[in-house]
Design a protein around this ligand. Sequence first.
Ligand SMILES: *[C@@H]1O[C@H](CO)[C@@H](O)[C@H](O)[C@H]1NC(C)=O
Ligand SMILES: *[C@@H]1O[C@H](CO)[C@@H](O)[C@H](O)[C@H]1NC(C)=O
Ligand SMILES: *[C@@H]1O[C@H](CO)[C@@H](O)[C@H](O)[C@H]1NC(C)=O
Ligand SMILES: *[C@@H]1O[C@H](CO)[C@@H](O)[C@H](O)[C@H]1NC(C)=O
Length: 312
Amino acid sequence: MLRIIIPVLLLISTVSALFTASELEVVKNLCNDILDRKPVLIAGFVRLIFHDCVGGCDGCVNLNLENWNGDRPNAGLATSISVLNGKYVELQQTVNISRADFWATCSVEALERARFLATNDMSKSLNISMLYGRADCILELTTTNADRFPNPRAGLAETLAWCNNTFNFNSTWCVAILGAHTLGQARPSASGFRGRWVADARHLNNAYFQDLRDKRWLQVNRKTVADPRWQFQARGQSMFMMLNADMCLLRDIQPDSAGRVVDPLDATPESSTKDDVETFADDNEEWIRVFKAAFKSIIETLPDGAAPLESI
Ligand SMILES: *[C@@H]1O[C@H](CO)[C@@H](O)[C@H](O)[C@H]1NC(C)=O
Ligand SMILES: *[C@@H]1O[C@H](CO)[C@@H](O)[C@H](O)[C@H]1NC(C)=O
Ligand SMILES: *[C@@H]1O[C@H](CO)[C@@H](O)[C@H](O)[C@H]1NC(C)=O
Ligand SMILES: *[C@@H]1O[C@H](CO)[C@@H](O)[C@H](O)[C@H]1NC(C)=O
């Protein structure tokens, strides 16, 4: 049926009918209602859009996807997806917005909230000028998609190559986007890793870079699952962690395939991205400026052949 109906609609309406600015306010309010009730979803929404936009933002994430190494990179996103999908059913009665645009809008509202929590100052809004018109996936395709997600055990070369291949990011933007780890935490039930990156895991600020630079880190196997989960733990503060993909921005660790780093960290050479880490650690507003640009670029990543996005 769909195959017959869609071409007819396209013939009738050559100009796409996106929603209005006042309808967009309804959408944003809905996102904020959810976040009022479940602040833990601030990090969830930001992580969700990042995963949705690998391979192009399309409002679909394959929760069962398994990476080449047996990781399930989308594990842990089910709560965010089911909360958003529940509200999306309601929203569709009044606003003609794609699920992908809804998810992107809520991710930006989540960032705004996290920025406000960090600054307590409304005038510090990120003010991301968003574009819309993301088309939703064809559901049957998502269960077989072969999207590849970053390897948390990777060192610098692999992490930078992933940023380049996936989002066309240079090393500075790659470092900046990893700063999103300041939000949320790793859970044994999802990734097998355990802990949070910073103390205030709902604050959008440069604490991640400060912790990376300033804390004393030691690699440990958390043994939360059968396979090793080598992660860096802050000395004397076992709740704080960094993954290899974080630590490699500062030190040129050379992890083995299980993620283990052999040399003591202090004896490991510095990474080529160390200056970016230090710049962001020293200057929150500079990090926010670069992060915002990189984030906007991620949420504007489109699948091949998609129609260009539009402003409202
Ligand atoms: C809803 O939005 C889509 C995508 O912009 C558009 O193709 C469609 O015509 C719209 N439907 C209505 C009823 O406005
Ligand atoms: C947000 O950005 C728009 C255009 O990019 C600008 O006109 C507006 O003044 C900005 N608002 C704030 C609060 O910075
Ligand atoms: C990285 O890419 C961004 C966006 O294209 C650009 O503005 C910036 O100058 C680049 N930085 C370096 C060091 O090449
Ligand atoms: C990204 O990869 C392409 C293809 O390998 C390469 O030509 C380009 O220089 C890389 N860009 C950056 C910023 O590393």
